[in-house]
Structures are given as C-alpha cells and as structure tokens.
Design a protein. Structure first.
Length: 298
C-alpha cells in the first residue's frame, strides 16, 4: 500500500503538470491583418472560451519594436490598427480571419484549447524588390538595422512561446504546433513579371522556414489565393496577379501537407480596392479552419 501511495505521489505531477494547447500561426499581409469592422460581427464571434491570441506588434523593416505582444483571450480588435507594447494590447475596431477561424476550430476540436500566434503587415512582399515602403519577408534581406518582416515574425514566435502558461491556470503548457495560415501575395503581384515569377520559390522557402521555426518539417500550411477586385482604371488591381495565383497553386500541388482556399474570388470589397469586406473575412477564416483540419487528420 505504501508503494502504491508513493507511486501515485510521483505520478500525479507528471499526469497533471502540463496542459495541451493547439497552436496555429496566422501570418501575411493586409488581408491577413484584417479590415473587417467589429460592428458587423454576430454575437457568436465576439466571445470565446479557451481561445487565446498573441499578436506581434507590426512595424516597418528596420524598426526595433516589432513582434512584441502579450497573450490575451481572443476577442474582436486584432485587425488593422492593433498595437502592442508588450505590456498592453491596444485593440482596434477591425478584425481579420482569427475570429471565425477560432470558432470553427473549437467546433472541430471541442476538447482542445486553441492558441493563435499572429503577425501580419499591410503591403508586405516576400521579394525584397517589391517591398516598397511596406516591408519584406525574405530572411536574407538586411535593410535598415538588419531587421525585416521575417525577423519581426521570429520575434513574435519567440515572445509568444516564452510564456509557458498561456491560459494562466498555473499548469505548464504542452504546445502542439498544428498549422500555418498564410494570406499574402498581392505585394509581389504589384510589380513586374520577373518578381511574380520568383514567387513560387520564395513561398516554398518561406513556408519551410516557418515550419522549421516550429520544428516540424511537414507542419500543415494553408494559403489564401489572392484575388482581384477589378476596381482599377485598367480593370486589374494586381498587374501580375495571375502569375502569383499560378505560383500558389503550384505550391500546394507539390506539397502534400499544403492546401489552398479559393473562395476569395467570390468576396466583396470594403471601402477600397484591396481589402475584403467583413463577410469575406468571416468566410475566409472558416475555410482556413476546414482546410487545416483536413490536413491535420489526413
């Protein structure tokens, strides 16, 4: 009997000292950041239980305070205009795919806690020659102070995973990396054919670098196919959009653990020719969740 009690005393902390949390990365440019309006949300997308988010502060290449943030329970306000100094999160009146994504993931994994790590910046490209004044995700691009968007992303991941008790329940978390959600490409489609033709290789390298960051070389990746509102004098906002779309399709065709969401072609746009309306972001988040779930159980 004493042996059994001693065994249980030793085993108990092992069984109950950790808490499994399923982690997803959300990254990209403006349509990942999100331009939906909080006022358009239904009540079921305003309050969450057992869903947490760490959003890295978004800054241009070269700025020193990118990637700082603070874990919080998910709620509306992590769209464009969100800021963080690492101690306080300043929510905006906008949202992105995170709300409907989280809602659907909780439906698909009802017994799991969900954690989202988000870093996105408007206008950014992968190719350094398409960065303009927005920023670049090429890990080899130095720029000012040697800091680019990939560096900001890495800092976001580092800061997020430095917290060992995300839900604050006093138990050490067991992180389960579960997928990368990527919405980007418009920046690389805005320049010339040479840049657009490099997108496939750039995307492949970047997604594998992100996978390596999470130490899983076949981590599921779901990308959103860029679309064009046509709201331009020429009838085409992204001059090389079709080439980038081709590269995105090629990527998922050649990667067994990748998928693409194509519903973007059906979305309406907000007050500008670049960003989806609220309904679009809600649908996009749900479709991202369905696709990454399919890859997880595949």
């Amino acid at each position: 009997m004493k042996f059994i009690k001693l065994f249980l005393f030793i085993l108990f902390p092992v069984l109950f000292s950790s808490q499994k949390i399923r982690v997803f990365i959300l990254a990209g440019q403006s349509n990942m950041n999100g331009f939906g309006y909080n006022k358009d949300l239904s009540n079921d997308l305003k309050t969450f239980k057992d869903v947490y988010i760490f959003q890295g502060n978004s800054v241009p290449d070269g700025d020193l305070n990118g990637g700082v943030g603070k874990w919080d329970v998910l709620k509306p306000g992590n769209g464009t205009g969100f800021k963080s100094d690492g101690k306080t999160n300043m929510l905006s009146d906008r949202f992105g795919v995170e709300l409907s994504f989280a809602k659907r993931m909780k439906e698909l994994f009802p017994n799991d806690k969900i954690a989202l790590i988000k870093y996105a910046r408007e206008g950014t490209s992968i190719d350094s020659l398409a960065a303009g004044n927005f920023g670049c995700w090429d890990a080899d691009f130095n720029g000012k102070n040697g800091i680019n968007q990939y560096d900001n992303f890495l800092k976001t991941i580092k800061n997020a995973l430095a917290e060992t008790d995300i839900d604050g329940n006093g138990k050490k978390d067991e992180i389960i990396p579960s997928g990368i959600i990527w919405m980007q490409g418009e920046g690389d489609a805005s320049y010339n054919e040479e840049i657009a033709n490099r997108y496939y290789n750039h995307l492949k390298i970047l997604m594998n670098q992100m996978r390596a960051t999470m130490l899983i070389d076949d981590l599921p990746v779901v990308i959103g196919k860029i679309s064009d509102s046509g709201k331009d004098k020429s009838g085409r906002v992204w001059k090389m959009g079709e080439l980038v779309q081709y590269a995105q399709e090629k990527f998922v065709l050649n990667d067994k653990k990748a998928a693409i969401v194509r519903s973007t072609k059906n979305y309406g746009y907000g007050n500008d020719p670049w960003h989806y309306n609220s309904e679009g972001y809600i649908d996009l988040g749900k479709n991202f969740a369905d696709e990454v779930f399919r890859l997880i159980i595949k």
